[in-house]
Design a protein around this ligand. Structure first.
Ligand code: BTN
Length: 240
C-alpha cells in the first residue's frame, strides 16, 4: 500500500482530491499537521503538528454513487473496532463521530466525485485527536483526545489497526455487497440507538428517538408524534 507522508499540508482531503485520478485505489495521504483542516458542514478541524492522525484514503469503488454514503459507516466501524483492539472503548455517533466519555475524539469527512452511474473517486478523511491536551474553551466542551482520556497509544499502531480493519470490511462491501457485519458493529457501538437526541438541520431542531440503522445505512427514528422516519446523513447533525 502506498502511503504519502507530509510534515505539513493545507488539508489531506484537498491534496488527495488533486491526485486522486492518478493515484491507485487505497493510497493513503497522511500529514503531521494541517493548516486548513476541514470538518463537516464547512467547519474547521484543528490539526496541530503531531497531536493527532490526519489522513485521507483514496478510494475508487466500482459501485453506484447511491451506495457511497455507506463508506462513512465502514470508516466509523473500523475506527471503533481498531481502537477496541487496542483496549480503548469508544462509541459511534451516527454517521461519523467517534466518542469517548460523551466527547468527540475522531471525525470522518467523506467527499465524493461521481457521474450519474459511476464513482470517479471517494476521499475518506479521518481525523483522530491523539495527543492534544488543551483545546480552546469552546472546543474542550465537545472534544477530547486519547491522551486526555488516559490512553497513551502510538499513532502508528492506531493507523495500522484502522487500515487493517477498514480494508477487511471495505473489500467485503464492494465485492460481495456484504453489510451485516458493518451494520452490527455500528449498532453495537452506537452512542445514540435507544436514546432521545436532537436532530439539527440548519436552524431547525427536533427531538427524536433513535431506533436503528437500516440496510441503507440510514438512521431510523421516531418523532414526538410517533411517526417513524429515516434520516439520511447529508447535512444533519445530532446532539445529545
Ligand atoms: C468532522 O467530524 O467534522 C470531520 C473531521 C474530518 C477531519 C479529517 S483530518 C484529515 C482529513 N483532512 C481534512 O481536511 N479533514 C479530514
Amino acid at each position: 500500500r502506498k502511503i504519502v507522508h507530509f510534515e505539513t499540508i493545507d488539508s489531506t482531503n484537498d491534496y488527495a482530491k488533486k491526485v486522486a485520478l492518478q493515484e491507485l485505489e487505497g493510497t493513503v495521504i497522511i500529514s503531521e499537521e494541517q493548516t486548513k483542516g476541514k470538518g463537516r458542514i464547512g467547519r474547521q478541524w484543528y490539526s496541530k503538528s503531531k497531536e493527532g492522525i490526519w489522513m485521507s484514503i483514496i478510494l475508487k469503488p466500482k459501485i453506484v454513487p447511491q451506495k457511497a454514503p455507506f463508506i462513512t459507516l465502514i470508516a466509523g466501524a473500523s475506527i471503533a473496532k481498531a481502537l477496541n483492539n487496542l483496549g480503548i472503548e469508544t462509541t459511534i455517533k451516527w454517521p461519523n463521530d467517534i466518542i469517548i466519555n460523551n466527547k468527540k475524539i475522531a471525525g470522518i469527512l467523506t467527499e465524493l466525485s461521481a457521474e450519474i452511474e459511476r464513482i470517479n473517486y471517494i476521499i475518506l478523511g479521518i481525523g483522530i485527536n491523539v495527543k492534544t491536551m488543551e483545546f480552546s474553551q469552546e472546543i474542550s466542551e465537545i472534544a477530547t483526545s486519547l491522551y486526555k482520556e488516559g490512553h497513551k497509544i502510538s499513532r502508528v499502531d492506531i493507523v495500522r489497526n484502522i487500515l487493517e480493519e477498514f480494508e477487511k470490511l471495505y473489500i467485503k462491501y464492494i465485492n460481495e455487497d456484504s453489510k451485516e457485519e458493518i451494520l452490527n458493529i455500528c449498532r453495537n457501538y452506537s452512542a445514540i440507538i435507544g436514546k432521545d437526541v436532537y436532530l439539527i438541520k440548519g436552524e431547525e431542531k427536533e427531538l427524536i428517538r433513535c431506533l436503528d440503522i437500516n440496510q441503507e445505512g440510514n438512521l431510523v427514528v421516531q418523532t414526538k408524534d410517533s411517526i417513524i422516519k429515516e434520516i439520511i446523513s447529508g447535512e444533519v447533525s445530532i446532539r445529545g
